[in-house]
Design a protein around this ligand. Sequence first.
Ligand code: SF4
Ligand code: SF4
Length: 276
Amino acid sequence: MDWLDKAFAAAGAAAWGGAAFSDLAGRMSPAARAEAERLCPRPRTVLAAAFPYYAGDRPGNLSLYARGADYHAVVARRLNTVCEVLIEKYPEESFFPAADSSPLPEREAAWRAGIGLRGMNGLLILPPYGTYVFLGTILTGAALDLPARPPAPDCPNCGACRAACPAGALEAGGPEASRCLSELTQRKGALTAEEEARLRAHPLIWGCDICQRACPYNAAPARSPLPEFSAGLVDRLGPADLAGLTNRTFRDKYGDRAFAWRGPGPLRRNLSLKEE
Ligand code: SF4
Ligand code: SF4
């Protein structure tokens, strides 16, 4: 499908592919399946695409994924351009783009679509970008004639990510969100003394890149060609950046960033723990 190759390339995707919804349904909860069917009655096909975001190993206290523009909006906007092409070809059909906000298991979809390897750290690996890619999907009821691309193998399970994780969150063979420091940095409200101690020892105030940095596929990742993820970056936040901001003025200042969705509270708390 040359025209889809061109449409995804024009949208900035480094790779794309498709999977049958029926192959993903077994990996979804009943609630997720119901939500997908509410969005798209008779879902048949899931297109998946990967968008690189690595912009170099710059010092900072935010996870690399959160330094550029909010990927939810960027990826959805870019996928929308693909949907416009699809609608021209299939005017009777509907197409639903999403990034990290749909009931679909994105990593599974991308893996089944043949885009990259399934990493033991829970992320998709797409050489030469490593795990530094955002995934997006387009759900449709259209029966597209997709190129047959078998899923790539799983990663070699070298164990470097598991050994590097300071939280033991990869011990069970995959990520355990309840232990993960990335989840903890984003949690609202009061933390236990033990959780505060873990954040104090953590180098970032938002997210965690430790298992990604340890992965050999990320030893020399290719940089993102996409301007939203490679220019105008916010590498670091300090107390002065957040001083005096209300929820509203925080959103005015940082609302286009992926670290903004919880408001200023968790960022202020995490910063204050570093100062104690
Ligand atoms: S993001 Fe950090 S805490 Fe979470 S699994 Fe990776 S290394 Fe462990
Ligand atoms: S560090 Fe090793 S085990 Fe972990 S995702 Fe990378 S290749 Fe797989």
